[in-house]
Design a protein around this ligand. Structure first.
Ligand SMILES: C[S@@+](CC[C@H](N)C(=O)[O-])C[C@H]1O[C@@H](n2cnc3c(N)ncnc32)[C@H](O)[C@@H]1O
Length: 260
């Protein structure tokens, strides 16, 4: 009788634990599914709200050469694999001899650009040093501060692979002296601070640095996550005739402009 009772108690305990595990798994799965659906519609809504027309990546790519990827695993703060591939195909198509990146972070995009562009190309990449986070001219967004709060910029950049093509610059893009780069850059990638004022600042500085026919690519456009990036790009598109050619690249979070 005693043994039967112990057996029964064990069965009840086991059933209870199993129940808890199933509930937990079910809750987590439900949350993952609802988050994905929510995120999907958030992106769609952001794209609908955006005033920028969309173009396909194919229309920007004529190169048939393969691209090389290095340390391409996706991570927080970087661009997606699909965006990396799109950016590299645009690079291979346009063969820029000078590139300027706002926001080095770990240098994943920087190093991939460097191994896919001509030998003579120079890639300048600027990043905000950790000690300047509290001294920026414009306020950084709270949700982006941790990307700047790191011991070093460009930790993925490897001198041997890049053959000295990459020049790392340090400073706040709102006060940095861009004069030496005016009219010299073929491709600018804007992925520094995502605040409205910084996106406007970086876009205006980028335009001045570009040669005629040069390209600007913005990251994190129409994602539903970075509203200030969207407002800044929309503002330029609607109010500054130099920016009326901006287009959103389908299935990416890139916006692109070719300087006429
Ligand atoms: C999203 S991460 C850049 C990711 C990188 N472009 C990539 O593709 O891997 C943003 C970077 O912008 C830098 N940043 C933020 N505000 C800046 C500013 N005012 N001037 C220069 N860099 C800034 C941050 O330090 C951070 O490293």
């Amino acid at each position: 009788m005693k043994n039967k009772l112990i057996f029964l108690k064990r069965q009840v305990l086991l059933a209870w634990i199993l129940n808890l595990m199933i509930l937990r798994f079910w809750n987590r799965s439900l949350r993952i599914i609802s988050d994905s659906i929510f995120h999907f519609y958030k992106i769609k809504l952001a794209a609908l709200k955006s005033k920028i027309p969309t173009i396909s990546a194919d229309s920007l790519i004529t190169a048939s050469e393969p691209v090389m990827l290095y340390q391409a695993q996706e991570g927080d703060g970087g661009i997606s694999i699909k965006e990396l591939w799109t950016m590299l195909m645009i690079t291979v198509t346009n063969k820029p001899v000078s590139i300027f990146e706002f926001g080095t972070f770990e240098g994943r995009t920087t190093i991939n650009l460097s191994i896919n562009c001509p030998k003579e190309t120079t890639i300048y990449t600027i990043d905000l040093p950790r000690e300047k986070i509290s001294e920026t001219r414009y306020k950084l967004l709270d949700i982006e501060k941790h990307y700047a709060d790191k011991p070093a910029s460009g930790t993925k950049i490897c001198e041997v692979k890049t053959g000295g093509k990459i020049v790392q610059l340090y400073g706040d893009s709102a006060v940095f002296d861009f004069k030496p780069y005016e009219n010299t850059i073929d491709l600018v990638f804007i992925d520094g601070s995502h605040s409205y004022k910084y996106v406007i600042n970086d876009s205006l500085k980028a335009y001045i640095m570009l040669r005629t026919n040069g390209i600007i690519i913005w990251h994190d456009h129409a994602t539903g996550l970075w509203n200030e990036v969207d407002s800044a790009i929309d503002h330029l598109f609607m109010n500054d005739e130099r920016f009326t050619g901006i287009r959103h690249i389908q299935d990416t979070s890139f916006a692109i402009l070719r300087k006429q």
